[in-house]
Design a protein around this ligand. Structure first.
Ligand code: ASP
Ligand code: MG
Length: 468
């Protein structure tokens, strides 16, 4: 049996966290026979190593020759402290200190070059940004070896082949599978645990790319697919996917089982649990994906499977995205005229903005959509340019924004075909005088989204959460 486990930044964020992570790896190795671990860069809140690395590169690009040096000191301190806490002086400590030191020296050198040139390419950002994973993987592997678990740190640049879309590269599956299987399988056969860097990959020329911020989850799923793993586990610092954001709803609970579909609805609406691309390799190969808490390993967490049982009353979770505006194009002359919607969204797309929700009534007198608050002015300007003639002719009466608003999304596959759920939702909102400004339900019937005033967000989420 093969288990692929990904450990997020907090799970490797300190010597103590890495020690606990190492125990989990050791136990899983015993239980599953073959375990592959993927690690993020160290990230004990609020300091994330990846952020520090990228901040260094950006400040250098702005001509600041000092900040990156301070950051290099900070990076040294974070990593050296972990190494001192984890590795015995008579073991590999010196070697791992030196290796980490070389990455940090290279970081400083690259920042210096960026500062001199005053130019920072996406390619350079990937080289700099991926060093955090390279360092954490080496520390964890050495700690495992010291404690009797054979382990080897591996840069995913040796495994995952992507296109050259730096900062957000797309893997090429066949090449990735070939490389991963030939590099990893022999290690597994010898009982060695590969400790693989998350986030990074390489293009066909071997130049480092990254899978986008938060991309280590995706690395887990890619390697799970390539190795035809039995399960992929994402270890993080929460007990799985919650019924709501615990900051909004203190009695939010972990959801035992979700279907792939339900999770994609949640991911789309900004649940911060999983990198959105993580689902695809698992869905296509039917690999169960489990989300667990390194700091509470006994908790079963959430397992994501092709089909999950429906919870009570069909609703499983409620999420909110804040800081949006609802933009409306409205006019009596819009009825029956083809192309208004296409032109509306064409104008938004030309403005490079993406739309989070769309709603149009069958009277066709208005069409509205939600977009990020900060994009409002530029979207309205592009729409006014697009509909200049119609505005003059009064076929379009006005284009306006209601802001700030939030989208509250209610998710659950059990809502499909179950009458009465929207009735319960709107009764619950009405009971606390929350006004639904717009509503959208996809035909998948797995989610209903309600646009409310930003000020009503917490009340709306709490009211709906009571229905779960
Ligand atoms: N370290 C990377 C980031 O912070 C990838 C990850 O942690 O998933 O974006
Ligand atoms: Mg993450």
């Amino acid at each position: 049996m093969t288990l692929v486990m990904k450990f997020g930044g907090t799970s490797v964020g300190s010597a103590q966290a890495m020690r606990e992570t190492a125990v989990l790896i050791k136990n899983s190795q015993k239980q599953w026979g073959q375990t592959v671990a993927i690690v993020s860069a160290m990230g004990s809140k609020p300091v994330k190593v990846t952020d520090l690395l990228l901040q260094g590169a950006h400040s250098a690009a702005n001509g600041d020759g000092e900040t990156y040096q301070q950051l290099a000191d900070q990076l040294r301190q974070i990593h050296y402290e972990a190494i001192d806490g984890l590795l015995a002086p008579d073991g590999e400590r010196q070697q791992i200190l030196a290796e980490n030191g070389r990455f940090i020296d290279r970081f400083a050198d690259l920042c210096k070059a960026v500062c001199v040139l005053g130019e920072l390419s996406p390619r350079a950002l990937d080289t700099v940004g991926g060093m955090g994973e390279q360092m954490s993987a080496r520390i964890l592997a050495a700690h495992l070896r010291q404690n009797g678990t054979p382990a080897e740190a591996i840069d995913a640049t040796e495994l995952i082949v992507t296109d050259s879309n730096f900062q957000n590269a797309t893997p090429r599956f066949d090449l990735t599978k070939q490389k991963t299987v030939s590099r990893i399988r022999p290690l597994l056969a010898q009982g060695i645990v590969p400790i693989v860097t998350g986030f990074i990959a390489a293009n066909a020329d071997g130049i480092t790319t990254t899978l986008g911020r938060g991309g280590s989850d995706y690395t887990g799923a890619i390697l799970g697919e390539a190795l035809a793993a039995d399960e992929v586990w994402i270890w993080t610092d929460v007990d799985g996917v919650m019924t709501a954001d615990p900051r909004l709803v203190p009695n939010a609970q972990s959801i035992p089982q979700l279907s792939y579909r339900e999770v994609s609805e949640l991911a789309f609406y900004g649940a911060k649990v999983l990198h959105p691309k993580t689902m695809r390799p698992c869905v296509e190969n039917g690999i169960p994906l489990r989300i667990k808490n390194t700091f509470n390993p006994e908790h079963p967490g959430t397992v994501i499977v092709p089909d999950a049982p429906n919870g009570n009353g069909g609703i499983k979770a409620v999420t909110a995205i804040k800081n949006l505006s609802l933009i409306t194009v409205e006019g009596k002359g819009m009825m029956g005229i083809p192309g208004i919607a296409a032109r509306t969204f064409g104008a938004v797309a030309r403005d490079n903005q993406s739309v989070l929700l769309i709603s149009q009534a069958s009277s066709e007198q208005s069409i509205c959509f939600a977009a990020p608050d900060e994009a409002t002015n530029s979207i309205i300007a592009s729409l006014e340019a697009e509909f200049k003639v119609e505005l003059e002719r009064k076929d379009v009466d006005r284009i306006w924004a209601h802001e700030p608003v939030s989208i509250v999304t209610i998710v659950g596959a059990g809502m499909r075909g179950t009458p009465g759920i929207s009735g319960r939702i709107f009764t619950a909102l009405g009971a606390e005088k929350v006004n639904a400004i717009a509503i959208a339900q996809g035909s998948s019937e797995c989610s209903i989204s309600v646009v409310v005033d930003d000020a009503d967000t917490a009340t709306a989420v709490a009211q709906i959460h009571d229905l779960i």
